[in-house]
Every structure is written in C-alpha cells, then in structure tokens.
Design a protein. Structure first.
Length: 209
C-alpha cells in the first residue's frame, strides 16, 4: 500500500487546522517489537480505542466496554480507520463538531508479540490475520498482559458494520477484575483522568503508575 493510500481515510475525516490530533504518516516498519496503545475516548459515546502496530500504521478497533482480563468476557469491537503511529502519544480534547469530538487519554501502552496462525498452525503476520478475520497476540504493557484474540463474527456485507470480539486468553495473566471504570481511569502517560484533561489540568511530573 502506498503512503498516501495507507492513511487516506484517517486524513479525509479530519481537519488538522482544527484538531490537535497528529497528521502523521505511514511509518517505516522497524525491526523492533511492535507497539500497541489503548486510549479511552469520551466521545458521543464512551469507548476504548484499541490499536496494534502493523505495516507502519495502527490497526484500530473501538471497544465500547474496553479490553477485559477475564477470559469469560467477550468484548464487542468495531474496526475503525488505520491511525498513524504518532497517535500513540495523543491525549487531549478533540473540539466539538469535529470527527470524534471529545476527550482522549492514553490508558495503556506497551509492545506485543504476534501469535496469529492460519488453519494449519503456521504463523502469519498480524495484518494478514486481521484481513482473514482472526488475530492472536501477547501484550506486554503497563496494564494489560498476556494473550488476547480478535475474531470477526460478522462481515460488513451482511448488511451492517463488521463486528469483532476481543477476548482474553485463559493464561497466567487472566484475572476476574475486568475493566476499570473509564471515568476514574488515569493516563499512563500523564497520570490524568479524562475529566482533568478536559479541564486543562497540566500533566504532573514523575511517574504515573
Ligand atoms: Mn475513538
């Protein structure tokens, strides 16, 4: 995919003279462990944005209830447009009336290992798995850990939007604490809540557990 095509939908939906979101561009694919980020987005409806680096962009899903660490929770997820890697650091308020208007915090971030395989058990790239409708990966983040899968349960041509499920694997990192309340959650980047970011509270110094 060309650099222009890769983020065309992301760019088309935004007016960068109005939003502080990064314009960004297609990144080089580095040899380093790929990254992921989970943002909380207090838009017209509250949701989590789950993004995995692949092919120089962030493959993105909106997850209304957010990722859970409980393998019994099947979290509904809807694919959204690819975002630039620069979006990993975005935290702030998108103006009302703009696409995605509302406040965003960086809830979690880290790296992941791809664990996606085809029906014969051969490992395939994460992006290819997403195209085929199933991807597995092990997260190593500040908050999320261990295996997760994304599985398409409905195609777009069935007369609606694509639907996916995000599910925790039953591994040593599984738990039953679910997902914290997004309104109380704090940014791993700046320690701020959604409310504090919306109110313009400046990031504090130091570490943000
Ligand atoms: Mn969002």
């Amino acid at each position: 995919m060309t650099a222009r095509r890769a983020l065309a939908r992301y760019h088309r939906r935004r007016d960068f003279s109005r939003t502080a979101e990064p314009e960004g561009r297609l990144a080089e694919v580095s040899g380093e462990r790929p990254s992921y980020v989970v943002q909380i987005h207090d838009a017209s409806s509250m949701h989590f944005d789950f993004r995995l680096e692949a092919d120089g962009v962030l493959k993105s899903f909106a997850v209304p209830k957010g990722p859970s660490n409980d393998p019994h929770d099947k979290r509904f997820a809807t694919p959204t447009e690819d975002h630039p890697l620069e979006y990993r650091d975005f935290e702030g308020t998108i103006p009302e009336g703009e696409y995605g208007g509302g406040t965003v915090i960086v809830w979690d971030r880290g790296t992941y290992r791809n664990a996606t395989s085809d029906r014969d058990g051969n490992e395939i790239p994460l992006a290819e798995g997403l195209e085929r409708g199933h991807a597995s990966f092990r997260l190593d983040g500040r908050k999320l850990h261990g295996g997760y899968s994304l599985t398409r349960i409905r195609d777009a041509d069935d007369g609606g939007k694509e639907a996916w499920l995000l599910v925790k694997h039953a591994d040593g990192h599984a738990s039953t604490t679910g997902t914290p309340d997004p309104r109380r959650a704090r940014s791993v980047r700046t320690g701020r809540t959604l409310h504090q970011v919306a109110a313009g509270v400046r990031p504090g110094r130091g570490d943000h557990p």
